[in-house]
Design a protein around this ligand. Sequence first.
Ligand code: 13P
Ligand code: SF4
Length: 369
Amino acid sequence: MLTQVPLPEKYHTLSLEQMAERIGAHKRAFGDRLVILGHHYQRDDVIRFADFTGDSLKLSQLAARQKNAEFVVFCGVHFMAESADILTDDSVQVILPDLTAGCSMADMATLEQVEEAWAYLTDVTDEKIIPITYVNSAASIKAFCGRHDGACCTSSNARRILEYALDQGDKVLFLPDQHLGRNTAYAMGWPLESMILYGPDDNDFSDEQIRQAKFILWKGFCSVHQYFTPEDCAQVRRTDPDRKIIVHPECCWEVVQKADLAGSTEYIIKVITEAPDGSRWAVGTEINLVHRLIEQNLGRKDIRLLGKPQCLCTTMFRIDLPHLLWCLDELAAGRVVNRITVDPATRRDALLALERMLEHVHAEPVSSK
Ligand code: 13P
Ligand code: SF4
């Protein structure tokens, strides 16, 4: 994990109003030179300063369009800021307000582990394996996929990218989220038996099972979405059978099977926003987004979190007003802090994987019944 310098004491004594006022003043002073991007899981007091909000796919597309900005401040997590750096010109400086805002799922696949797995898998089978990585991964993993004819995907376009991968080769190595891989492949009609789970430290399948498999799923998962359980869905069905269940495809397969709908954060927002007044929803995703949906639909739609309220992405949560203000104060003083840069060789190969993804941008649900 990267280390974050402690903020000067004054940032802990300012009120929320004082910080908000100063951030607003910086935004006005920088004008078009500054763009703030915010992921939907950010807390409310931060997201209100975002020029653009979105899920991972939308934010990648938005980052790629920032041709005039000098600074992109990314209110999200580290892999998103890396993608923004890869997708923008060298003249654009990407800043992550708190360097400790990482992603535990992205950390579950290191380049060393993936290269070791690749050597093993390509030794066992002569069939062409296409590596696909969820954008929730380090730039080095994206670059690995770029070098090996693979691509990135997000939860908005995973299906389209898996179709692309199967056009290019015989098998898919899906990194690092087993659940997005399994849920998407299953929704495309592939049985669970066509998938094996690869853990960098513990594997219990034979070489023959690798040769038979269509999908080799990396054993990663999201520490937030793993909290939703099939029992949470069963409880809604028992107590409130008219309530629809919508979940993110980072939830496990059993939860997605019991839900009515599964799709990316952008998809969840769209479905609930377009749902008729009076509709009732249980939502299985990060709590900041669910709270925002509840607020935006108050008195019209009945929305609640699926399951227990521990579904906070604690690393996203590290981006707060003190850190946002601090990096803008520093920029205003002519100092660029917390710049995220990807080295040129990694950038070149990762860009291949991201561009292949962006050619196939169709956003669609992972499963709908
Ligand atoms: P999306 O933004 O693709 O919905 O993914 C959610 C997430 O977990 C981001 O880290
Ligand atoms: Fe990573 Fe999950 Fe947080 Fe997304 S919600 S950044 S996948 S830990």
